[in-house]
Ligand binder design. Structure first.
Ligand code: ATP
Length: 223
């Protein structure tokens, strides 16, 4: 994990205490909407950064296999050596194909200044739905601008990522990914029209307000 990754992790943990380190009820609704989006996507892709690989390597591979979705490594602190290490960690945990770790053709996401702008055209570049755990706001916003549906996992409901995503799961990634896997297995056999009904009835802004309400109620319990 990069040192900046450790700081981002600490920021996340601070928010986790504000929920009592449990999954808020409102986040379960977002998980259901996220699964409906992933299952109805034409080309769903899971973006993997250093923190995600370090925290949930086995579970993220399980999720990719159960949807199925592609895995693409996308790093802020990019180096070929880090990409290779993360790719082999994912492969040791059962991944068959991992994008983003070779010098294959890359396309740019307009509006992203960091190294994260460079993506694989078969993966994030051509995706209609992208799951972006522990994202930075710039890239989440830029992905939305290219017309992709973005699913974020972020413990801070007020971050730019949370506010710009199409579906935001406010939860610790350690709990959110296993929950996404079991929800995917439960919803896998739903019809397309049922999946569409779930996604179109989901209101991300409204749900984020409910998440903040859950946080405030939990803190009231301490007063
Ligand atoms: P933004 O640009 O979206 O406003 P930021 O500048 O804080 O946010 P990053 O530094 O990339 O963005 O931080 C990543 C986000 O990941 C933070 O909002 C943090 O709350 C969240 N986060 C960190 N660890 C976890 C975790 N284990 N589970 C879920 N979210 C986490």
């Amino acid at each position: 994990m990069a040192p900046q990754g450790l700081i981002a992790h600490g920021r996340g943990e601070a928010f986790d205490y504000l929920f009592g380190e449990t999954t808020p009820k409102s986040s379960r609704l977002a998980t259901k909407a996220a699964v409906a989006l992933l299952l109805s996507a034409r080309n769903p892709v899971i973006s993997v950064n250093g923190n995600t690989a370090a925290l949930v390597p086995r579970e993220i591979v399980k999720l990719a296999r159960s949807v199925p979705a592609q895995l693409e490594i996308n790093l802020f602190h990019k180096s070929a050596a880090r990409e290779q290490r993360i790719a082999s960690l994912l492969k040791r945990n059962g991944a068959i194909n991992v994008l983003g770790a070779s010098a294959s053709a890359k396309v740019r996401i307009p509006g992203v200044a960091s190294a994260r702008r460079s993506v694989d055209p078969r993966g994030i570049g051509g995706a209609d739905v992208v799951l972006v755990p522990l994202e930075d706001g710039d890239r989440a916003e830029a992905l939305r601008k290219t017309g992709k549906m973005v699913i974020a996992i972020d413990l801070n409901p007020m971050s730019r990522t949370s506010q710009t995503a199409s579906v935001t799961i406010v939860d610790n990634i350690l709990r959110a990914i296993p929950e996404l896997v079991s929800c995917t297995l439960r919803m896998k056999h739903l019809s397309r029209s049922r999946l569409r009904a779930i996604t179109s009835s989901f209101d991300n802004q409204g749900n984020l307000s409910r998440v903040i309400g859950d946080m405030v109620r939990y803190m009231h319990g301490w007063m």
